[in-house]
Design a protein around this ligand. Structure first.
Ligand code: SF4
Ligand code: SF4
Length: 391
């Protein structure tokens, strides 16, 4: 989303007043695909019922939410999806959806348009059916998803392609780019592969190494750091995170991101987190009101109190401007919401090198190599003289 002074001012006010203006709600974790990189447990462990979700939506409207994203799992597996959309519409939210689109036909596309859904984000892993279908583990899924995109476009709905990149589809970004151009839709390449919700780290093996990512990061049409500043004017930046809003703002200057400041995440079971990518449980909507959790949860306020300038390692980092550190991933991968983590440091060093910085070293790597060096200094054979008092 473009960052205009008006938008900046709005974001600033939402942060100052702690308005939860952007809320991501997963309606279900069930899914009709089995993507190899998916971090969810697809069993239904007691999703909120229709009336419970309506109640949550009412509370969000009262607390100041404007942007509402319904996601999952696959949202079209909820039999009450259109009832919920209609209800959300009556509360005047700006509604976006994230879906694999397998269940969208022309009739459903028409209904989405009638309900004024603003944007539908759809994952595509490659323009080659074999590659896409091997990731979703559903034969024919690319064909069905593309058919759905055309139904949505025929209704004039705004579609965006999200392409998570991993080893299996690393070279597919070119054909996804071409596909997006052919369809006339924006796209985002997302290099984020996260651990599973239960903390299982095995999915991280699917990530491409930073060396493998080099050609993508060097592509000036994708990475602003690979361009001269003048060549960026009017460019759509196509790398980012498919989970976050992608809104950059001065208002986030000394805070790590929007999580807990003006955005949050609600699970199908009513659990509230600062972000879908930040596993800090702050409360449950079956037991507490949204206002209670949002304004008064100790955990939410702990996340909210974090300032970039106080981060123990990252605040001292000379390549901070090249880093896309996510506090949620810092917690999941490094075990510390305030800490640095390997993947962010590697990518920041790569980005800095691409931008022309000679020998960039992250603060975390510098600290590690300093402590290694100091450990490897041989112990003196003669104890140093200890002098107490003055001469
Ligand atoms: S926790 Fe990570 S994904 Fe979530 S808003 Fe912050 S930076 Fe973005
Ligand atoms: S590069 Fe590493 S140390 Fe530097 S800001 Fe990013 S996560 Fe922190």
């Amino acid at each position: 989303m473009p960052n205009t002074p008006v938008m900046d001012g709005l974001i600033r006010r939402t942060v100052q007043r702690q308005l939860p203006w952007s809320v991501h709600v997963d309606l279900t974790y069930r899914c009709n695909e089995r993507c190899i990189h998916c971090y969810l447990d697809h069993e239904d462990h007691g999703e909120m019922k229709t009336q419970e979700i309506k109640n949550v939506l009412e509370q969000l409207a009262q607390t100041g939410t404007l942007f509402l994203t319904f996601s999952g799992g696959e949202i079209f597996l909820r039999a009450d999806l259109f009832e919920l959309l209609e209800f959300a519409r009556s509360l005047h939210f700006d509604i976006s959806l994230k879906t694999n689109a397998l269940l969208i036909d022309s009739e459903r596309a028409r209904k989405l348009r009638e309900l004024s859904v603003r944007k539908v984000q759809i994952s595509i892993y490659s323009a080659e059916p074999d590659v896409h279908d091997a990731i979703t583990k559903v034969r024919g899924s690319l064909e069905r998803t593309l058919a759905a995109i055309r139904f949505l476009q025929a209704e004039g709905l705004q579609v965006k392609i999200a392409c998570p990149l991993m080893k299996q589809n690393l070279t597919a970004y070119r054909n996804v780019q071409a596909l997006a151009a052919e369809l006339g839709v924006p796209y985002v390449l997302d290099m984020t592969i996260t651990p599973k919700m239960d903390g299982d780290m095995s999915l991280l093996q699917l990530r491409s190494s930073t060396k493998e990512l080099l050609p993508i990061l060097q592509d000036a049409s994708l990475n602003p750091r690979a361009c001269s500043p003048s060549s960026l004017e009017g460019e759509t930046i196509s790398m980012g995170s498919a989970t976050s809003s992608g809104i950059e703002s001065q208002a986030y200057e000394d805070i790590p991101c929007s999580a807990g400041h003006n955005s949050c995440y609600i699970s199908p079971y009513g659990d509230v987190f600062p972000c879908v990518q930040m596993p800090v449980a702050t409360g449950n909507l079956r037991k507490q009101t949204f206002e209670d959790i949002w304004f008064r949860s100790e955990e939410m306020n702990r996340v909210r109190a974090v300032r970039e300038s106080q981060l123990p390692i990252c605040s001292k980092c000379s390549i901070r401007q090249y880093c896309e550190r996510c506090p949620g991933l810092a917690q999941m991968e490094g075990g510390d919401l305030l800490g640095a983590y390997e993947r962010a440091c590697e990518l920041a060093e790569l980005n800095a090198r691409i931008a022309g910085v000679a020998n960039p070293v992250s603060a975390m790597h510098a600290e590690k190599s300093n402590s290694k060096n100091s450990r490897s200094i041989p112990a003196p054979t003669v104890a140093p003289e200890v002098r107490i008092g003055s001469n």
